[in-house]
Write a protein that binds this ligand. Structure first.
Ligand code: HEM
Length: 153
């Protein structure tokens, strides 16, 4: 018998994903203290902000208007925010998605998270964006970037 998981259909699934992810983050031994102690996150406001963020990413609705680069740049002087922290964040995000959902949007949200983790990591640490390291560009990214480079009609 195999179990079939639903895909992410809309706001309801996004809320479930975000709630489950941050339940895990809060008690995570690597990242928990960054929220609980360093940023002293107000979960009552942070969770709805994250519902809006992911709804905006996935469905272009949700009305997210924050500034993720600034929010994470602020943390750099207070706590390590290096590749190890971002890789751990991503691992936790991917496994949370996989525990709950399966399908096209589940795959899409994981790849958006990976792209954004790369951008945020690179910007706040002032290192070159790893997406643009030719050694790491996937065939899918190569095709997508080639389309951007075509002159506008
Ligand atoms: C090392 C990894 C990460 C850590 C430790 C971290 C931690 C934090 C903290 C402490 C905040 C502020 C919460 C508050 O208001 O108290 C925050 C905000 C936020 N984070 Fe992260 N984060 C990480 C990675 C990511 C990634 C990869 C994404 C996107 C895929 C992301 C998306 C956001 C967004 C959208 C906000 C709200 C920004 C705003 O207020 O405008 N975070 N994060």
């Amino acid at each position: 018998m195999f179990e079939t998981k639903p895909d992410i259909a809309g706001r309801t699934e996004i809320e479930t994903l975000v709630n489950t992810f941050y339940d895990r983050i809060r008690t995570d031994e690597v990242l928990g203290f960054i929220f609980n102690e360093v940023a002293q996150t107000n979960w009552t406001t942070h969770l709805p902000k994250m519902y809006a963020f992911w709804e905006t990413v996935l469905f272009r609705t949700g009305g997210f208007t924050g500034n993720p680069i600034a929010a994470h740049a602020k943390l750099v002087s207070q706590t390590p925010m290096g590749r190890a922290q971002f890789d751990h964040w991503l691992q936790l995000f991917r496994s949370t998605v996989d525990d709950l959902f399966a399908g096209e949007r589940a795959e899409h949200i994981k790849s958006c998270a990976a792209d954004m983790a790369n951008v945020i990591y690179a910007r706040i640490n002032q290192v070159p964006d790893p997406r643009f390291d030719p050694a790491n560009v996937t065939p899918e990214q190569r095709a997508r970037y080639a389309r951007y480079q075509q002159p506008a009609a």
